[in-house]
Design a binder for this molecule. Structure first.
Ligand code: FMN
Length: 352
């Protein structure tokens, strides 16, 4: 069997989006092949009571999730369990299909183990994604469905996009995520304002009993971000996902002038941003941390700072398919070393 170091050398010879398409092809195949899936699940999916927690009526066998954007069309859900993830987030899904921005729109910064993307919500649209979700839902690992407005939907009709998306997809989601924090849909981040968030969540709560999360950008002033999160929580949001990619291009040596940065370069910023958000919101809502997480130590830090769950995307590209397993195995050791018998005792430990 090829090691990931060797496979990575081959994949990295291709354009990043082409390499992603190869990976998607392989993972879809894995999802369809029960024998192979069982083999990789046994190898990678760590089940240990120390890592297990109940959240919003679902069991999360481990706290390491796949972040949105990798599986835009819900076509790789089964494979994610085989890679060892405790939950997965599909999307961002838009109401009608859209091609996204012109290519090239995904770039590697290998020395900095970082990515830069300007995908622009390329996806097959809610109709096709719903069909894919129906094939797997409910699944052993919880599924988050991340929704966003179409590029061509004017701001004044944005609410209606989210409304239709929730109505259509909520029955096939364990939790929903409102994405108004991508830098790659013009003016989307302008929706990160009190009025819109208030209207959006009060509308959403009347449509579904499923938990709804708000995913925020790390580039806002943190006080503004906390205020927006508080508005969302007051209107019924079940939690916050911090954070999306950053437009702080000073974080890498040779940035493109567009798109959002993720991976190692985002770690410090994301960790600081999360600490500040958690210092105000821990205990009031469920927090999920994402941004630059690539090791058990990173995950453990965010958990002690108040994250019930963490997610990753970029480090999967640089470290390979054993990453979730390795993080989970080391996390068990870290928790035990500190005398915890279950992860829930460690969540927010820095505040006690
Ligand atoms: N976040 C979303 O909410 N919706 C998306 O559609 C989405 N697409 C992404 C596409 C790519 C290629 C990348 C690299 C990230 C995308 N993200 C998207 C952001 C990730 O979910 C995550 O918030 C961000 O990459 C930081 O995590 P990381 O440093 O572990 O990659």
């Amino acid at each position: 069997m090829l090691s990931y170091e060797t496979l990575k050398k081959i994949l990295f010879k291709f354009e990043p989006e082409t390499a992603h398409n190869f990976a998607e092809f392989g993972l879809k195949f894995l999802g369809k092949c029960k024998l192979a899936r069982n083999y990789y699940e046994k190898k990678n999916f760590i089940e240990d009571k120390v890592l297990e927690q109940e959240l919003f009526g679902r069991t999360f066998r481990n706290p390491i999730g796949l972040a949105a954007g990798f599986d835009k069309n819900a076509s790789m859900i089964k494979a994610m369990k085989s890679l060892g993830f405790g939950f997965t987030e599909i999307g961002t899904v838009t109401l009608v299909p859209q091609n996204g921005n012109p290519k090239p729109r995904l770039f590697r910064h290998p020395d900095e183990k970082s990515l830069q993307n300007a995908m622009g919500f390329n996806n097959l649209g809610s109709h096709k994604v719903l069909k894919n979700l129906k094939k797997v839902y409910p699944f052993y690992i919880p599924i988050g469905v991340n929704i966003g407005k179409n590029k061509n939907t004017p701001e004044e009709f944005a609410i209606s996009d989210y409304k239709n998306l929730i109505k259509k997809l909520e029955a096939y989601a364990d939790y929903l995520i409102i994405n108004i924090s991508s830098p790659n849909t013009p003016n989307l981040r302008d929706l990160q304002n009190e009025n819109f968030i208030s209207e959006l969540f009060s509308m959403a709560k009347n449509l579904t009993k499923k938990p709804i999360f708000l995913k925020i950008a790390p580039d806002m002033d943190v006080k503004v971000a906390i205020n927006l999160c508080e508005v969302a929580i007051k209107e019924g949001a079940s939690g916050i996902i911090a954070n999306n990619t950053t437009i702080d291009y000073s974080l890498v040596k040779n940035p493109q002038s567009f798109g959002g940065l993720s991976g190692e370069c985002l770690k410090e910023k994301s960790s600081l941003f999360f600490d500040q958000i958690a210092s105000k919101l821990y205990g009031k809502t469920t927090l999920i941390s994402v941004g630059g997480i690539s090791s058990a130590e990173d995950a453990y830090e965010r958990i002690k700072s108040g994250a019930s769950l963490v997610q990753l995307y970029s480090s999967l590209i640089f470290e390979g398919p054993s990453l979730a397993k390795n993080i989970n195995l080391e996390l068990i050791e870290l928790l035990k070393k500190d005398g915890y018998s279950n992860i829930t005792e460690a969540i927010g430990a820095n505040f006690r």
